[in-house]
Write a new protein. Structure first.
Lengths: 584, 337
């Protein structure tokens, strides 16, 4: 009963604003709009405003992995942490592809490489302070990176610094004999404003490491280890007012943050209230009713709300379909005969019903049919289709049978397909594959495994997968950041496969691919590097170790009171740094 | 009576001891029997890019490489003398009774439990009052007006209450009353009683009613059946023949006898709820023991699972003890040995 007048009011308001408002204003000269429409927040700023004040209310259906910058590994957390912490480099607060560009934050400029990209130097801005008024120094950044290396204490965070820095046996500042706990030789701080990283091997994309939350400075005297997450000392425009672990926390303005030192943040709201462990369906209801502003996970509304939003034009006008740097795919395990033969693997590629795979993930709303690995949202990515699935995209049985002939299996073969038992979309995908491959004579036995241990003990453990004949394994992968290395390194480089399990990739084991990865790592020219990552993609597809399924999309809902709403390609969700609210 | 209570309390402690062993065994021994190594178990508690060395270090840190009895002994030791834990730069002492530290969040478990207990207590107590009042009253009236429109309508509603899962009625009620009519607060709005009693009640009114709808239905049916049976007893006829007012016959003679099974069920239900109203807390995003337990199980967080299991078991044991003692009060025929 409340909705109709509300919808009418919104429609009138929208019509008026369409007529009255002009584009522009607000955010960095990007294109913008105030007219509510589906995808109004994709590629442009919706409802631009510089008005300050108000409280943004956020909910998370789970718990935060950690608010400690050293110990967090969720995209939403890396997006949000920029409100209270400043890393050396950050993703620009801008819509679309501009949001995937790196800009200096705590540093004055992007990193300066030397020694063939094995050494990277950053100069810190002057005048940046902690919330207690003390100055931030390069030593604090070094200490922050040092503590992030300690995976006994901070197990959740990424291991890029562990893997690439020339550690020389260094493990943790907590075991450091240096009286200042700054004994790591791989990082120099010649003065308070300069920090120099020494790598084991060339890495052209080190600026992506410099944007990790682990480079947010931590004052050594305030480091309380596992308890630091209870009160992170802020360098950003907001600081913690309260923090009830597992329940909620509040950020308020940090009066020691100086906007003159920070060209990247508008800091519009006065306050952020974040509730944790909130029922996911309830979050959607609250977003739609206006009782909540942001679902922090940024992965889109639940299936129940999805149907409701898409079926109601007024609600749909407040939604955005964001393409995500994530692919749902199937690993084709070359360790399991007869899939050790490339032609048998290609038969699987040709026989797959791509539409069925997409439908398993909710149809076009759930994602776009993937024909190769790199999602379109990755800078420099190219779409190509080496295994066309027929005119209706439902599988080319004739080509599949040709490949089976060359493989020496003219009558097809039988293998197992693994999926995560608690994931209905993966179950539906496995069933769709079972049906479509059967048309070419390939029989799939479906094997569910518990989600929690799927990679650690089963489909990500080489010995288990081989000895149990897991020929196909349903899989998903999201980029740590939108670039070839961030997306591909963990799923195509055979050298990251660990016998102990936990691998996302078991199938791609090609020295030529590894060589291309190395070439990309040492290429400092951006265009040439992006081209090399596409070459990696093409080689993997030629090997047919990966059956691409769907490039994921998320249906995001933006409540009407939010201003400066846009999807950033940096995190493939709303940019939390830019948001404001009209609700005072 | 005192001997009886002491005997029951000793039994309760032994039972909790057994519960802790069983929980510990399920968590650790069963995976081991399935072939999982200490490192396999530890791999759940490291980041997604962790290597073999890091996984093993975590196994050592969490004590998984020790024999099972040593690990259990450490847990029990923590309960009685406390334990020391490293936070990285320092070591902190977790005073007795120490339920250990979470494998995931690395926070001590006991403060978490104590923090969440008032939420569950509030939910269970308020819901119990409503369902007991409405359930028993409806059951009595239905029994007294057997076959009437009221009886049929009440039993139909009761059937619906028993049949509809709480995550359905909960979300539906939120959708109607919170997001549609706006007369109740949205989910996750819990306010502690100590902060504002009125807001506390306001924040819980919808969870209470939803929870009570489920339970009251069962109590109404149970009370109706009990009352129908009791009201046909000879002593009821005798009471009426003595000229006692109908109100006295129904309440003092009929309901009192029918209450015994209700009190038994009530004790069990309340005990279970105090250990965590899992679905209600999850649906209404209430930070109680039930939600805590679900998260702990999903994350394989043994110290949390153990803590909440022991608390839940303690409540059930205690509730049963209280019920047994109440028997003597309700039914004069019952006497403790």
């Amino acid at each position: 009963m409340r909705r109709k007048p509300l919808v009418a009011a919104v429609a009138v308001t929208a019509a008026l604003t369409m007529g009255l408002s002009a584009c522009g204003g607000g955010t960095g000269g990007s294109s913008s709009t105030t007219a509510a429409a589906f995808n109004a927040g994709v590629g442009k700023v919706f409802n631009p405003s510089d008005a300050k004040g108000g409280t943004i209310r956020i909910a998370n259906s789970g718990d935060w992995d950690s608010l400690d910058p050293a110990d967090t590994y969720y995209a939403y957390s890396w997006n949000f942490v920029r409100l209270y912490g400043r890393s050396l480099v950050m993703f620009a607060s801008a819509p679309g592809a501009d949001g995937a560009k790196l800009v200096p934050d705590l540093a004055e400029s992007l990193g300066v490489p030397s020694d063939n990209a094995k050494t990277w130097t950053y100069k810190l801005r002057k005048g940046v302070k902690y919330e207690d008024g003390s100055a931030v120094t390069a030593k604090d950044v070094k200490y922050a990176v040092e503590r992030s290396l300690d995976k006994d204490t901070y197990p959740n965070g990424p291991t890029y610094f562990n893997d690439f820095l020339d550690l020389q046996g260094y493990t943790s500042p907590y075991k450091d004999s240096d009286p200042n706990k700054l004994g790591l030789k791989a990082i120099d701080t010649p003065d308070d404003q300069t920090i120099v990283f020494h790598l084991l091997k060339p890495f052209s994309g080190f600026d992506y490491f410099a944007q990790l939350p682990a480079t947010i400075p931590v004052p050594q005297a305030k480091d309380t280890g596992t308890k630091y997450k209870e009160h992170v000392v802020a360098t950003g425009p907001y600081k913690f007012e309260s923090n009830n672990l597992g329940k909620n926390f509040t950020l308020v303005r940090n009066d020691q943050w100086d906007p003159k030192t920070d060209p990247n943040r508008k800091a519009l709201p006065d306050k952020y209230e974040v509730s944790l462990n909130v029922n996911a369906d309830d979050i959607d209801n609250r977003l739609i009713s206006g009782d909540l502003d942001v679902d922090i996970a940024g992965s889109g509304v639940q299936p129940a709300a999805q149907g409701r939003v898409l079926g109601d034009q007024a609600l749909k006008a407040n939604a955005d379909s964001a393409t995500v740097a994530r692919i749902w795919y199937t690993s084709i395990n070359g360790d399991v005969a007869p899939l050790d033969n490339v032609h048998c693997r290609r038969a699987v590629e040709y026989a797959t019903d791509k539409v069925g795979y997409q439908n398993a993930y909710g149809g076009p709303t759930g994602g776009e049919i993937a024909t190769n690995l790199l999602p379109p949202v990755i800078p420099g990515a190219e779409k190509f289709n080496q295994y066309p699935a027929g005119p209706d995209n439902k599988g080319d049985v004739a080509k599949a049978k040709e490949e089976l002939q060359q493989c020496g299996q003219p009558n097809g073969f039988t293998t197992n397909i693994a999926y995560r038992s608690e994931r209905p979309k993966e179950k539906a995908s496995a069933e769709a594959l079972q049906q479509s491959l059967a048309k070419a004579g390939i029989t799939l036995n479906i094997k569910p495994f518990p989600t929690g241990d799927y990679f650690k003990l089963y489909a990500g453990k080489p010995d288990y997968a081989k000895s149990n004949g897991l020929g196909l394994m349903l899989n998903g992968w999201g980029a740590d950041w939108p670039d070839g290395f961030g997306f591909l390194s963990q799923i195509v480089d055979s050298r990251v496969i660990r016998a102990s399990g936990g691998n996302t990739n078991l199938s791609v084991k090609d020295p030529a691919v590894d060589a291309l990865v190395d070439k990309a790592l040492s290429t400092t020219d951006t265009a040439a590097r992006e081209k090399t990552w596409v070459d990696v993609d093409k080689k993997v597809m030629d090997d047919a170790y990966v059956l691409p399924g769907v490039w994921a999309k998320g249906l995001l809902y933006r409540p009407k009171n939010l201003t400066n709403v846009f999807v950033t390609d940096g995190f493939q969700m709303y940019d939390y740094l830019a948001l404001g609210t009209t609700r005072k | 009576m005192a001997t009886y209570i002491v005997r029951r309390l000793i039994g309760a402690v032994l039972l909790l001891f057994v519960v802790s062993i069983v929980t510990f065994t399920i968590f650790f021994l069963v995976p081991r029997l399935g072939g999982a190594t200490a490192d396999d178990l530890a791999s759940r508690y490291v980041g997604k890019t962790a290597g073999a060395e890091q996984i093993h270090q975590m196994a050592v840190k969490l004590g998984f490489t020790d024999p099972l009895w040593v690990q259990y002994g450490r847990f029990v030791g923590g309960l009685f003398v406390g334990a020391d834990y490293s936070t990285g730069p320092t070591t902190v002492h977790c005073p007795a009774p120490c339920f250990g530290y979470s494998f995931i969040t690395q926070n001590p478990v006991l403060p978490d439990l104590l923090d969440r207990l008032p939420v569950t207590l509030s939910l269970a107590a308020g819901g119990a009052v409503i369902w007991l009042l409405f359930g028993v009253a409806t059951g009595v009236l239905s029994a007294l007006r057997k076959g009437s429109v009221f009886d049929r309508a009440a039993m139909s509603v009761a059937l619906a209450g028993v049949s509809l899962p709480i995550f359905f009625t909960g979300l539906l009620s939120l959708s109607i009353f919170s997001y549609g009519l706006g007369i109740t607060p949205p989910g996750g709005s819990y306010v502690p009683f100590t902060e504002n009693p009125l807001q506390w009640a306001y924040s819980l009114i919808l969870p209470w009613i939803t929870l009570a709808f489920l339970y009251a239905a069962g109590y109404a049916r149970l009370t109706r059946a009990g009352m129908l049976e009791t009201m046909n007893e000879d002593y009821i006829r005798t009471a009426r023949a003595k000229g006692l007012p109908e109100r006295t016959v129904v309440v003092k003679h009929g309901l009192r006898a029918a209450l015994t099974p209700i009190v038994t069920i009530f004790g069990l239900d309340l005990g279970l709820l105090l250990g965590g109203a899992v679905l209600t807390e999850s649906t209404f995003s209430l930070p109680g023991l039930g939600k805590y337990a679900v998260d702990a199980i999903v994350n394989n967080d043994l110290p949390k699972v153990l803590g909440v299991t022991l608390v839940a078991a303690a409540f059930i044991v205690f509730a049963n003890l209280v019920v047994d003692l109440l028997y003597a009060v309700i039914d004069p025929r019952v006497r403790v040995a």
